[in-house]
Design a protein around this ligand. Structure first.
Ligand SMILES: [Zn+2]
Ligand SMILES: [Zn+2]
Length: 145
């Protein structure tokens, strides 16, 4: 005799199963969602701790000083002098944790251009990143010989 039991939704299922197929699908989705939430939480905590670390503080100051406090996007693209108050990770922390203190991955920006760059990332991340790497390169060629 095949044993049957009730799923949480009331459907009759084989006793060896936990859910009917539609509840199983729902359960898997909920589990994936919970994992995503958990991962994001961990990632946010890790990022917050990083931004408060002395290593970041030192690197950030170094980058601001290296480019004379200038926003490189304003300088090369808008042909304007604007002062940087943000050091942006071209490859973001969540995409490449290993480059978090890599000088070649960091670019100084004013907060308005920082916001602009992040919205450009939403439209075309790869090309925006290439543009930013290019600005660093231009600075290096022009001012560092
Ligand atoms: Zn069910
Ligand atoms: Zn940023």
């Amino acid at each position: 005799m095949l044993l049957k039991k009730l799923c949480r939704c009331g459907t009759l299922i084989d006793a060896g199963r936990k859910y009917c197929s539609s509840c199983e699908r729902k359960y898997q989705q909920e589990k994936a969602e919970a994992n995503r939430y958990y991962d994001k939480n961990i990632r946010d905590k890790k990022a917050a701790a990083f931004y408060n670390s002395p290593e970041w503080e030192t690197t950030r100051k170094y980058v601001l000083a290296k480019y004379k406090g200038l926003d490189l996007y304003a300088f090369f693209i808008e042909k304007k002098i604007a002062f940087a108050d943000t050091v942006h990770h071209i490859e973001e922390l969540r995409d490449n944790w290993d480059r978090r203190l890599d000088i070649t991955n960091l670019i100084p920006l004013s907060s308005s251009n920082h916001n602009r760059i992040h919205s450009m990332y939403e439209k075309d991340k790869v090309n925006t990143q290439n543009l930013l790497f290019g600005l660093r390169e231009r600075w290096r060629e022009t001012y560092e010989g």
